[in-house]
Design a protein around this ligand. Structure first.
Ligand SMILES: Nc1ncnc2c1ncn2[C@@H]1O[C@H](COP(=O)(O)OP(=O)(O)OP(=O)(O)O)[C@@H](O)[C@H]1O
Length: 298
């Protein structure tokens, strides 16, 4: 990998990125690599990035931002041989945590010369690209309200979640996968190829991101008294141990919310309204990702 492109999101994670290009350029030069920079604007970034990749193809592209920036770069690279690198500079950094990528910039930068390439499945939800997690229900409502507000960061997310929780009415879902049918009320329905939200909630423990299958992780309505135990399980990889959870594993699914024309869905951290029913499919090993090299057994 000689020619590297770094996609910088200036606003992610409320982190000042002004010194970043100089730091990265110096680091690359020391190791005989060249670095170029693409700044996101929040408008037409995917189209512009694809144009850049078509005219000046790099050997790898690093997303320097949060999960939204990682998703943007992953979408541009999916189906190509060019690998995705991640410099985790967001507030949650869910995919970086899942892949064992260091959260400290200096250590993550080492991936430009010391890495292994790991294949990753990606999802299409309502025809749209997802590399990490998508969901319907409670979290999608929170992400939508968060997106409309102008305050960023985990504290704002928790404040909105606490306000919404009291009045939240779970919807009914009819889910047909290529394996089984499930119908009932759910507090939240997560479509997961990955394991962990940026908040460190382990929604899908022990799943493999390159096995050609994804999981539908259901949290059913639960009484207030059950919330602490449920939260404890979500933070300790005990998703399957609760009476209020259930997982379906499949390659394809159709998710229907009876009576709705459109459904609010969170896709890699961004809220979208999608036509009902929502289609979900997996594209096996459609992305190549740079991760730290496996440690040899001593
Ligand atoms: N120059 C810009 N100005 C305003 N918004 C931008 C700009 N560039 C990208 N964005 C927006 O930033 C969002 C993606 O941010 P990203 O997810 O990378 O960071 P984050 O939300 O801080 O981190 P995380 O997802 O890890 O919590 C997208 O909504 C995108 O449209």
């Amino acid at each position: 990998m000689q020619h590297l492109l770094f996609v910088l999101n200036p606003i992610s994670g409320d982190i000042d990125k002004a010194p970043l290009p100089d730091t990265i350029r110096a680091y690359c030069t020391q190791r005989g690599r060249t670095a170029e920079f693409f700044q996101t604007t929040g408008e037409d970034d995917l189209l512009r990035l694809r144009g850049w990749l078509a005219t000046t193809p790099p050997d790898a592209v690093f997303a320097a931002g949060g999960d939204g920036t990682v998703s943007l770069v992953a979408e541009a690279l999916s189906g190509t041989a060019v690998p995705l690198g991640i410099l985790p500079l967001g507030s949650g950094n869910g995919l970086a945590k899942d892949l064992g990528i260091p959260l400290v910039l200096d250590l993550a930068l080492a991936l430009i010369w010391d890495y292994q390439i790991r294949p990753l499945d990606t999802l299409r939800v309502g025809g749209r690209f997802v590399v990490h997690l998508a969901d319907l229900g409670f979290n999608a409502c929170i992400v939508d309200r968060f997106d409309q507000g102008d305050v960023r960061g985990p504290a704002a997310y928790v404040r909105i979640a606490t306000q919404e929780y009291a009045a939240y009415q779970p919807a009914t879902y009819h889910i047909e996968t290529n394996q089984e049918i499930w119908a009932g009320e759910a507090f939240m329905v997560t479509l997961a190829n990955a394991n962990t939200f940026g908040s460190n909630v382990v929604i899908n423990p022990d799943s493999k991101p390159d096995d050609g299958q994804f999981e539908i992780c259901l949290i059913k309505p639960f009484p207030n008294a059950a919330a602490p135990a449920l939260l404890y399980r979500l933070y300790t990889s005990g998703f399957d141990d609760s009476d209020y959870t259930h997982r379906l594993r499949c390659q394809q699914a159709l998710i229907q919310v009876p009576g709705a024309d459109i459904v609010l869905v969170q896709l890699d951290g961004e809220p979208h309204y999608l036509p009902n029913p929502v289609t979900v499919e997996i594209l096996p090993q459609s992305l190549r990702v740079l991760v730290p090299p496996a440690k040899s057994a001593e």
